[in-house]
Design a protein around this ligand. Sequence first.
Ligand code: CP3
Length: 341
Amino acid sequence: MPGLLLRTLRGENADQRPIWLMRQAGRYLPEYRALRAEKGGFLALVYDSAAAAEVTLQPIRRFGFDGAILFSDILIVPYAMGQNLEFLAGEGPRMSPRLVDHALNGLQAVPERLFPIYETVRQVKAQLGSDRTMLGFAGSPWTIATYMVAGEGSRDQHDTRAYAYRDPSAFAAIIDAIVGVTVGYLCGQIEAGAEAIQLFDSWAGSLAPREFEKWVIAPNAAIVKAVKARHPHVPIIGFPKGAGEKLIAYARETGVDALGIDETIDPVWAARELPVGMPVQGNLDPLLLLAGGDELDAGTTRVLEAFADRPHVFNLGHGIGQTTPIAHVEQVLALVRAWRR
Ligand code: CP3
């Protein structure tokens, strides 16, 4: 029988709730910090498939989560499209040349940069029990484009939003190119063993409604359609962070199977307003997980109760923070594991 997570993503309302956490492999784990130091950096770790598979499995061994998310990064796609990628300590990612002042067709694609990622998926899958689900992922085109255009992360995606208004056809060409590479990349992950996929749209919340339709909904719909044409039974989770009430249109129009929601969404609203029967994933505040205490139990219970009547995957509203105490993760896990509908 498929694992609890996969069954829930397919729409089953099991008694027990599956759980995994965004960024569950990472710096809050001492075993991650040790392997990263040994390999000499984040990208070195991603490109060593055996080490990346080990990092993917670390949180499964420690906590027994229902899903193992591939250890990689959303910025591997622009790296394969020919941009340089560096992770500067304490400053985050840097891409060059920036598309704000360099034409897309000046980039020389390097598709081999995707191959070691597929190897990581194969190695994880070979070691993962059949009751656990292997999750692949990619960034959504809008979020990827914000890094490609600006060359780095930014608070409100100012440069990229301005670029998209100034030159919508050049921007559409960037989005289309990302869609094309992402479809191949996701199918590659599925063919290597990924059983479900998450599309991360971390900066979806900065767009005005019409731009949200153009740069979030339409390209995600194109990705879902193309991946489903080749792999109709692999569930796709869409996570348009910050989308607010635009989640309803996103859920209806993209074709995703399940919806990831961030911590700004009231789970009671989500349970009532999102399409009937659609699995929802989320949405404990990562800062409440960091804080701990009785409030953490109360917040966890609120999320569990809100989704009593629909398929629900317990998760955070965004990635786990690097200073989160391991004991707080164990506290949430115990509550979620003991919960029954
Ligand atoms: O969830 C997981 O455990 C799987 C692996 C994963 C990583 N990044 C590992 C990572 C996933 C799914 C991502 C997605 C990702 N990467 C997103 C979308 C989700 C989100 O968090 O909004 C974004 C926007 C990125 C881009 C990115 N990668 C940034 C901005 C940074 C630097 C910020 C930071 O935390 O240092 C990264 C680096 C990164 N990606 C780390 C990890 C574990 C930290 C690298 C390190 O060890 O120093």
